[in-house]
Design a protein around this ligand. Structure first.
Ligand code: AMP
Ligand code: MG
Length: 503
């Protein structure tokens, strides 16, 4: 039998990745076939065996042949490598054609839970969408994406996953010459707001409808058959974005480049370029070297999420109602609903961080009071909340918390208001403290630690810091005394002032 007609089950017997591809079946202009460009001396740095098992892959074969497979040198049977077409607003400017310029979708698998997942190589060479780019990735950004995406997952925040990282043995040319690498990313899908924009910008309403139907089937099956399915889709995507961005804020995460082409329809965090975590709390904080206007500052993220959802809504207008003005009204209502949705997720998240589960007037002000004191005193975001867990157990631990504030007296009034309020919570102090420890991480991927891991790998081919970070970040809510140093903020000379997207 001709192999290309082999059933997924038959292919599974011969391929370490039992592909079952659906995106490749969508209309031809949704994508372009793109074979990986072989590299000279691939070497497997890291393979995520647990994830491979979750995906139902042949982990032994992948580990053995990982250098060839995850570099793109050997394309496993059943793969149908392609670049996805998309558009996007980049820092507010619409670009009608972007597409995967340095990412190649190998195909999809159905994981152990029955969920369809994409497997994509990032940095595997040029595609028809590469424009002037080289289609390659440098080692630093690959390690950064590996660390941060796996950390987000361990924190319980929806995110794409890291399956493997390979060095290519070839240089890439950026501001300086850097070692090349390929990152293997796993996503619920790589469909973005920009994928809808690509079709809508061409007046391809039929294409938008085909994509929307595909997305409903793949990500939102519960709305299938809904009387206004496309409106329900807009609502569902909006809900997931509001929830996602609330969760980012609760751990101090700054995405850094939330363009519409980096905003996943599935509700996963995607594209870890110049992303960073707050050390000292500052709502206006920006790390990204390319975000000069602060469009994607920490506290601007909720509003940008809404802006991105408005751009998605525009693409769906022809599907929402035959009457254009009615379509606009329906879309506007959903977009207006984003604010309250975000606010309710954020407040619930922040209240849990300070140990509040019941509802009282004044809870919002209590949360804001703490943030104001943290900002005024440049208190470390992660440590403040983690040490507050100990303070919830006993005021004997207040000292360690007060130390984080440049003027410790500034937190005292807040602590007494907080104790009065938590005193009316039904849980015991021990229960409150342990609940708080499940939402206030001890460990986040601090920028200086990522930087140190990248430096050691780039300069000395030493991946031990990268490995240590992955280990400590896999259990972010546990104290792990052996790794106490990883909980600490940077020394002044270690502080990372700027992050780069590394394209
Ligand atoms: P990103 O900054 O990764 O979100 O990428 C934005 C756009 O630029 C996407 O269309 C990418 O595919 C493209 N791009 C980024 N880096 C490269 C590269 N080295 N070669 C080709 N295209 C790239
Ligand atoms: Mg991108």
């Amino acid at each position: 039998m001709n192999n290309s007609f082999a059933s997924p089950a038959a292919r599974a017997a011969t391929s370490p990745i039992p592909f079952d591809n659906s995106y490749a079946r969508l209309p031809a202009h949704f994508h372009a076939s793109a074979n990986p460009t072989p590299v000279s001396e691939p070497w497997l740095i890291k393979f995520n065996r647990a994830l491979a098992t979750e995906l139902g892959l042949d982990a032994d074969t992948l580990e053995r042949d990982g250098a060839a497979i995850f570099s793109g040198n050997a394309v496993p049977e059943g793969a149908e490598p392609l670049g996805m077409a998309y558009a996007g607003h980049q820092f507010g400017q619409f670009v009608p054609l972007l597409g995967d310029g340095r990412a190649i979708l190998l195909g999809e698998v159905i994981d152990r839970n029955g969920v369809r997942r994409d497997i994509q190589l990032k940095g595997a060479g040029k595609t028809p969408y590469s424009r002037r780019g080289d289609g390659r990735a440098a080692l630093g950004p690959v390690l950064r994406e590996y660390i941060v995406s796996e950390s987000m997952h361990a924190l319980g925040i929806p995110a794409t996953r890291a399956l493997a990282a390979v060095v290519t043995g070839e240089p890439v040319y950026r501001e300086r010459v850097l070692p090349g690498a390929v990152f293997t990313r796993v996503a619920a899908s790589h469909i973005r707001v920009g994928t809808f924009q690509f079709l809508a910008a061409r007046g391809d309403t039929e294409g938008v409808k085909t994509l929307a139907d595909y997305v409903i089937e793949r990500h939102y099956p519960e709305i299938k058959g809904h009387a206004r399915a496309y409106l329900a889709l807009l609502e569902a995507v909006t809900e997931r974005q509001a929830s996602l961005i609330a969760r980012w804020l609760c751990v101090g995460f700054i995405h850094g480049v939330m363009n519409t082409d980096n905003c996943a329809i599935s509700g996963e965090t995607i594209d870890f370029g110049p992303c960073a975590f707050l050390d000292a709390y500052d709502p206006a904080k920006v790390f990204s070297s390319i975000d000069q206007g602060g469009r994607y500052a920490y506290a601007s993220q909720p509003a940008i999420g809404q802006w991105n959802m408005a751009r998605l809504a525009e693409t769906l207008l022809p599907l929402l109602d035959q009457e254009p003005s009615e379509a606009v009204n329906l879309a506007n209502d959903v977009i207006a609903g984003y604010g309250p949705r975000f606010q309710s997720h954020w407040l619930a998240g922040m209240k849990a961080k300070i140990g509040l589960h019941s509802e009282e007037d004044g809870d919002l002000e209590l949360v804001q009071g703490l943030l104001t004191a943290m900002h005024r005193n440049e208190a470390d975001f992660t440590l403040t909340f983690r040490r507050l867990c100990d303070a919830a157990e006993s005021s004997a631990s207040d000292g360690a918390l007060r130390e984080l504030f440049s003027d410790p007296a500034d937190i005292d009034a807040w602590l007494s208001a907080w104790r009065e309020r938590t005193g009316r919570e039904p849980l015991s102090v021990a229960q409150t403290a342990s609940a708080m420890r499940t939402v206030n991480p001890a460990f986040v991927p601090r920028n200086h630690r990522i930087e140190q891991a990248i430096r050691a790998a780039e300069d000395d081919c030493d991946f031990s810091l990268f490995e240590a970070l992955l280990t400590v970040l896999s259990k972010p809510y546990e104290d792990q005394p052996g790794f106490a140093a990883y909980a600490a903020p940077p020394q002044p000379q270690e502080e990372v002032l700027r992050t780069f997207c590394g394209t």
